[in-house]
Design a protein around this ligand. Structure first.
Ligand SMILES: Nc1ncnc2c1ncn2[C@@H]1O[C@H](COP(=O)(O)OP(=O)(O)OP(=O)(O)O)[C@@H](O)[C@H]1O
Length: 241
């Protein structure tokens, strides 16, 4: 589903990704872990076309992004319909109700009729435990609730992949746990054939939900394997615990 091959990206003279490669299948949950500044968020942002890169290739389903090339606007728009993204800071539309926030993707990106978009939005809000908040505005919700709206919004376009960029790091521990429970639930859902990639410093959560852990250091993937291997004593990610 997602295949990043030898992705290299510079910011000015700094090589922030240095030949990074990962593969994530449909229905699989991959975690990116590693020391701060290792390039985890940058790799996620390259995967959904938010950032360009200079070398390598990223394939997401039928889409291919190539290093050194600016993708056509149409490709980017289609790619962002295919790949949902959940950010640390929620990024909801503050003036819209919760329901309208979640409907925005189906209506504007997919061109769905209002009734159909509303039904999809309600289904996903129910799934994240917010069926009683349709008419609230984001500002009336807790951080954990806002992040759950963001997850429902990302899912409402039936994405082939969903990327979580430190989804709980702006939340206090209780709300972080609440959001991780939702992500746990999605990760464990065999019916949901979505490729998931999560960047998180919440190592216990990563161990619980990830099928594969990729360890990024200085822009390189230095290890890919099950969590038990990555976090084993003396393993490549043991120091992160
Ligand atoms: N907007 C930006 N402008 C300039 N440099 C940036 C920007 N964002 C990230 N960087 C740099 O790119 C490199 C990779 O950063 P990135 O955020 O991808 O790492 P990370 O592994 O996600 O780190 P963290 O765990 O701290 O979030 C770092 O050296 C960082 O300082």
């Amino acid at each position: 589903m997602i295949r990043a091959t030898n992705v290299t990206k510079f910011r000015g003279d700094t090589r922030v990704l240095d030949g990074a490669s990962i593969e994530v299948q449909k229905g699989q949950v991959a975690a990116l872990v590693g020391p701060s500044g290792g390039g985890k968020s940058t790799l996620l942002r390259c995967i959904n076309g938010l950032e360009e890169f200079q070398e390598g290739e990223i394939a997401v389903g039928a889409f291919a992004l190539r290093g050194g090339e600016t993708p056509p606007r149409d490709t980017l728009l289609q790619l962002r319909r295919t790949v949902g993204m959940v950010f640390q800071q929620f990024n909801l539309f503050p003036h819209m109700t919760v329901l309208k926030n979640v409907m925005s993707g189906p209506v504007h990106a997919l061109g769905r009729a209002k009734d159909e978009a509303e039904a999809a939005a309600k289904k996903w809000l129910d799934r994240v435990g917010l069926s009683d908040k349709h008419d609230a505005r984001p500002g009336q919700l807790s951080g954990g609730q806002q992040q759950r709206v963001a997850i429902a919004r990302a899912l409402a376009v039936n994405p082939a992949a969903i990327l979580f960029d430190e989804p709980t790091s702006a939340l206090d521990p209780r709300m972080a746990a609440e959001v991780m429970r939702v992500i746990d639930d999605l990760a464990g859902d065999e019916q949901l054939q979505v490729a998931m990639v999560i960047v998180s410093h919440d190592i216990p959560a990563v161990k619980r939900i990830a099928d594969v852990v990729h360890v990024l250091e200085k822009g390189r993937v230095v290890h890919s394997g099950p969590a038990a291997e990555a976090f084993a004593p003396g393993g490549p990610a043991a120091a992160l615990e």
